[in-house]
Design a protein around this ligand. Sequence first.
Ligand code: MIC
Ligand code: SF4
Length: 641
Amino acid sequence: MDKQNLTRKIISAHLVSGEMTAGSEIAIRIDQTLTQDSTGTMAYLQFESMGVDKVKTLRSVAYIDHNTLQSGFENADDHAYIQSVALKHGIYVSKPGNGICHQVHLERFGVPGYTLLGSDSHTPTGGGIGMLAIGAGGLDVAVAMSGGALHLTMPKVVKVELKGKLTHNATAKDIILEVLRLLTVKGGVGKVIEYAGEGVKTLTVPERATITNMGAELGATTSIFPSDEMTKAFLKAQGREKDFAALSADEGATYDETLTIELGALRPLVACPHSPDAVKTVKEVGKIKVDQVCIGSCTNSSYADMMKVASILKGKTISPETSLTISPGSKQVLTMLAKSGALADIIDSGARVLECACGPCIGMGQSPKNDAVSLRTFNRNFFARSGTASASVYLVSPETAAFSAINGYLTDPADMPEVEKPALPERFAVNDNLILKPEDFKDIKVVRGPNIKPFPINSALKEKVEGETLIVCEDNITTDHIMPSNAKLLPYRSNIPYLSDYCLNPVDPTFAARAKSAGGGFIVAGSNYGQGSSREHAALVPLYLGIKGVIAKSFARIHRDNLINSGILPLVFKSENDCDKISAGDKLVIENARGQIESGETIVVENKTKGNNFECTLALTPRLKEIILAGGVLALARSKA
Ligand code: MIC
Ligand code: SF4
């Protein structure tokens, strides 16, 4: 028997169909699911439409953590919908205030060796305890809740060998920033990043989770650490030792690629605007003035992170020109900070303590001032995501953030006294009183507020697909470009018609109006189109606007899946040069579209305006062909019914 890496072991234990050869389609059984509220309403509407009484997974949890600003009735109505629909169908509910889904799931539900599918791109956080944890659109999560398998492309497995141990106040955040520097935001597409080597033992579960969390920014399918004594200690301290299982790659296991990182050589790093892979050392960037510092998010909000921050802030005052916010990752973390007195050190320094939620990470408050420099311990610094387009957001470790908040300028922790790593607590402050168990509720009536509008469903693909090129975009367009989310728009996640007016707004504010008056058309883009979030709104809104296809140099994984699920063609230029030959306004036609799709992978597109043809690839398995021809997953289900 072959020596197996950990990723292949877990996949093989969950394989429902397909060959485990990189690049081919496989289907795996999903043990657990998670949703959050900004993707959850859509996911549960879709789940309801599947007519399943109780979820079929081992555990499904609905978190409410994103839309907690409640600046009108909309979010609160959505929360009521999610709570009622989840409890009715056997799904646990983590109430607002309990914490960020990924942090809480790691603490309270994650199980080594299990598969987890979440309607949030940072679901791979679970890889920190040895789960195969994957982010997906809400529809795929709804299918998994109904007992359906997850279809995915069998990934390549990249071994990241960690050698030695961290020094100079470098942290887990700096490890993942280094991986991003090496691989870039598209370097992980079609791959699982598996961590191995001596250095693994030096990292606690929350540190590992920081790394697997931000592995999402590589475009990777997921990232994973082995489950070992550290994992056992973490689960024991959570009162969940029974969930532990030791898991690792076989000695001498083979990998598709290998990367080595010498931890001792790492120095504190920073991702510069506007991309998580624009990584430099803090030293290189130098002492730039800092207007705002935000500490928190699912990347860096663990108890250990917060304790380190508290120890740096203790007895100090933040710079007069800097605003510092702190969002602990969970109620458990906040409770422990309060009990230990560390919270008082944080408050006393002048930090603004926010609730345990995503908050500023998704633009729900704390937009910085015009032209501000904002240091954040988060995972994304995409253009305009903070809510202030002119701001420059830098991604850093909690240590860099805390020292900089005191000094008022970017400060290299390597030049500061060593920050002690807090020991893993013997026992975390476990209190699940904000987690509602469905078995405790009877006769639930699902509550639906007026902001919840039906989601659009496509119709079967036409023989002739035609339309105007509505926009030609650059490389690395994010879902924050396609469907921005901020305090003004997030309340409308259940209202596609409303959101449609803001599609691609940060790229071209006239896009939505032009798409509407043209009755739809095509989007043309560079490479890695749709990187970032799992939000299927980035496909549903274009569908609502009549977008027939996106023609790009390449796509991010989750967004491509979401386009296919919505029946929008994700076409890839065969020759990247063809992208430069298309101008906005060009009329494009795909003759015999159904026939072309049925007969192969090449799709010929005619540019009527320029009078030329170019070729695209549409590599679809028979299953995906059926979906795209029907006009998406729900259209297919409808036609079968
Ligand atoms: C994000 O970090 O971009 C989000 C908000 O968590 C998204 C989900 C969403 O758009 O609702 C994600 O990462 O998938
Ligand atoms: Fe929430 Fe930010 Fe994490 Fe997304 S990345 S789940 S918005 S904290």
